[in-house]
Design a protein around this ligand. Structure first.
Ligand code: SAH
Ligand code: SF4
Ligand code: F3S
Length: 474
């Protein structure tokens, strides 16, 4: 049994990261047993879940979307904020209840929460009905843990990251759009953030295998890839090869896959050359998620973000100038310890200047073991909530304003599937990453089609396919 230790995770080893491959030969020991997988958190976790699903299906499991039907429950957890924990433990209550009726039910917990110090221990002591705890560094051990489970509980969570695996197989959720990991971990250590501890040090994949993966996806008919990393702009900095994110982007663009996206960008590592490449290739989508976190220099410094308000704005304007059609979205934290009304007004000022297409906004949540959690917090919860409301009101005004401009326009949309709530409609995304529901696109799933925007709302658009002869992309 290995339990996570944040102190150990904080120490970055100089061990050279090696490329390895995963084992895929397993007996079908769970033939036709049903698994239920619930994913919390970011795209990285969702993509990890696609890897988990592959292992489970190799073991003979089939997926169910009904918890009550399952023989195995896997919770792929997130640790980014306190409420992520509450959600998982809340859900675990339901699983515990189910296990009373179905004693053979296997309950497994993986993901970033398992990597936090204390959590695996808490599960061991307070939630003995959980069978398996695994971390983000040993996902590929899950089949073995399921096959060899003898003790009441199997807990195996490594504090220190392992090597980079190549040729990972996934059971992808879509056959139209695919995630592609370009790197693992994060070395930025923003003072509020748990990710560098739960995901380990930055490990970039080599360029060639990434390009090969994209080529294979293209051959299989995929229309879009999203390159994934906590800080994609730092891609390659940990390698000796000397290439960086702009080189990777360029190579991926040259595969000719129709749409390329990437998340998340960090302002500090964003270079002019990267902007040039994004502007140059039509298949790199004009969409950038550029987390701001705060508009106050004082708070940015406390957060360890390594840029000032001025530097963020300079980068933002450069991006807008070189890629005029670009949409920019952001993440903002309010109520960081000691944030004053003046600091908060600086954040609102950036929102007013940038007029983001949308923003994810959060109340600061102290994460144990991070430097910020040791700063005495003198902002009351009422103040934090009030700031969040004011921020959201402003953000939403701009989202609606940006979307309204599109009414009547024709935009290219990659249609991804049926609208879950209204099966007569389909949904997709514009090149600028706006969600759009289309009334008459049933036959266009998997295609990039011109859609006329009939109504713009704050969080989505409505549209219809343009009939032949209408001016395209007007
Ligand atoms: N790597 C990305 C973000 C990863 S986490 C980046 O650097 O931007 C996604 C978002 O969660 C962050 O951008 C931040 O806004 C928010 N977040 C992270 N830690 C948080 C915390 N302790 N409290 C509140 N929000 C947090
Ligand atoms: Fe967290 Fe900062 Fe790394 Fe993003 S860049 S994952 S916010 S430490
Ligand atoms: Fe959450 Fe881990 Fe992602 S903490 S946001 S699932 S990297």
């Amino acid at each position: 049994m290995h339990l996570p230790n944040l102190e150990e995770a904080r120490k970055r080893t100089d061990k050279k990261v090696e490329e390895k491959t995963v084992e895929y030969q397993y007996p079908k020991a769970f033939l036709n047993k049903k698994y239920f997988l619930r994913t919390y958190g970011c795209q990285m976790n969702m993509h990890d879940s696609e890897e988990i699903k592959k292992y489970l299906e190799l073991l003979g499991f089939v997926e169910t979307t009904t918890l009550e039907e399952s023989d195995l429950v896997v919770l792929n957890t997130c640790a980014i904020r306190e409420n992520a924990h509450e959600k998982v433990f809340g859900y675990l209550g339901r699983c515990k209840h189910l296990k009373r009726e179905k004693p053979d039910l296997i309950i497994a917990i993986g993901g970033c929460m398992s990597q936090e110090e204390g959590v695996a221990n808490e599960i061991k002591e307070k939630h003995p009905y959980v069978d398996i705890v695994f971390g983000t560094h040993n996902i590929s051990d899950l089949p073995k843990m399921l096959l060899e489970k003898k003790e009441k509980q199997t807990i195996e969570v490594y504090s220190i990251e392992g090597d980079v695996y190549e040729q990972i197989e996934y059971k992808r959720d879509s056959n139209i759009t695919a995630w592609v990991n370009i790197m693992y971990g994060c070395d930025k250590f923003c003072t509020y953030c748990i990710v560098p501890y739960t995901r380990g040090k930055q490990r970039s994949r080599k360029l060639e295998p990434i390009v090969k993966e994209v080529e294979e996806l293209k051959q299989k008919g995929y229309k879009e890839v999203t390159l994934l990393g906590q800080n994609v702009n730092a891609y390659g900095k940990d390698l000796e090869e000397g290439y960086d994110f702009k080189d990777l982007l360029e190579r991926v663009a040259k595969t000719g896959i129709e749409r390329i996206r990437f998340v998340t960008s960090h302002p500090w590592d964003f270079t002019d050359e990267m902007i040039e490449v994004i502007a140059k290739y039509d298949n790199i989508m004009p969409y950038i998620h550029l987390p701001l976190q705060s508009g106050s220099d004082r708070i940015l410094k406390l957060m360890g973000r390594r840029y000032t308000k001025e530097e963020y704005l300079t980068l933002f304007h450069k991006i807008k100038e070189k890629i005029p059609s670009v949409s920019v979205t952001t993440d903002i934290i309010v109520g960081f310890p000691n944030e004053t009304e003046e600091d908060f007004l600086e954040t609102l000022d950036v929102v007013n200047t940038c007029q983001f297409d949308s923003a994810f906004t959060f109340i600061y949540s102290p994460r144990e073991g991070t430097p910020a959690s040791r700063i005495k917090d003198n902002v009351t919860i009422e103040e934090k909530e009030e700031r969040l409301q004011r921020l959201n009101a402003l953000v939403n005004t701009y989202s609606l304003k940006k979307n309204k401009v599109l009414e009547g326009k024709i935009v290219p949309v990659l249609v991804l599937g049926e609208n879950e709530k209204d099966k007569t409609k389909v949904y997709g995304y514009t090149d600028t990453m706006k969600l759009i529901n289309i009334s008459n696109g049933k036959d266009c799933i998997g295609q990039i089609v011109p859609v006329k925007i009939t109504e713009a709302k704050s969080f989505s658009l409505d549209g219809e396919l343009v009939s032949e002869g209408e001016e395209i992309y007007g």
